[in-house]
Design a protein around this ligand. Sequence first.
Ligand SMILES: NC(=O)c1ccc[n+]([C@@H]2O[C@H](COP(=O)([O-])OP(=O)(O)OC[C@H]3O[C@@H](n4cnc5c(N)ncnc54)[C@H](O)[C@@H]3O)[C@@H](O)[C@H]2O)c1
Length: 275
Amino acid sequence: MKTVEQFHLEGRVAIITGGAGMLGVMHAEAIAEVGGYPVLADIDETSAIREAKKVADKYGAVCLGIKTDITNKDEIQALCDVVLQKFGRVDILINNAANDPKVKANDDGTWSRFENFPLELWNQDISVGLTGAFLCSQVIGAEMANRNGGVILNISSDLGVIAPDQRIYFKQGLPAEKQPVKPVSYSVVKSALIGLTKYLATYWADKNIRVNALCPGGVQSDQPDEFLEKVVFRIPMERMAQKDEYKGAVLFLVSDASSYMTGATLIIDGGRTCW
Ligand SMILES: NC(=O)c1ccc[n+]([C@@H]2O[C@H](COP(=O)([O-])OP(=O)(O)OC[C@H]3O[C@@H](n4cnc5c(N)ncnc54)[C@H](O)[C@@H]3O)[C@@H](O)[C@H]2O)c1
């Protein structure tokens, strides 16, 4: 087999949670480009259907958008059943959905600081980013185990391996106890996904299921200039990522190109975690 052919995914079916979001669509495009069938599983039905149609039209691929709340095991089972009815198989699961509790412009630290962070928000973030990945792996991973093969890719973050540098969120004029911070739930979810990755990689190694984690650095979108300046100062490449810069890595991780890789964490962050 030519090396480039190892990246082909002809006829392979990939479920992407949070598939209608910014990076979910990029993962779907990468998969559709090489002959795979992406399924965008997202709680936002309208966006899932709309984005799936765009990917299908762009690549002449089969791409489905299916409403799924990944915090609900019955909905995940229903998703898996629909995918099996339609395609007869599922080969790839990308655990991508997560809440990203952003530091808001008007935040005076009353909710984001560790001492104040509401239990309700903690539970919501853990439920989507971590319990959702656990439940999807349980249902869809078990299906792959029965078929004796598959790939799970957990989307972690650079904040899965380093702590947030809270100086990035510093606001002039506020006392220390009111300074906003990146909430603790994000760090906990993203580092826990690395633990889940290693656990499942060993648990299902004998079922030919490979499980890896990708830690992307921040993607530039509409962040204010002041924030961008502080972030890029902490990145050796002096810029945030473009949203399509993880496509190659995702393709590598979900295809046979990474056939000897499991339980690993791939960090792609412009060098940020070197410092
Ligand atoms: N964007 C970045 O800069 C960045 C950096 C590092 C890691 N990541 C990680 O990459 C992943 C994707 O990020 P993104 O920027 O595309 O996020 P996004 O907010 O654009 O997309 C998240 C998607 O998840 C969906 N979702 C939320 N709750 C759900 C639920 N209960 N069930 C099913 N779907 C649900 C949302 O509807 C949304 O479409 C996340 O895990 C994020 O933490 C993102």
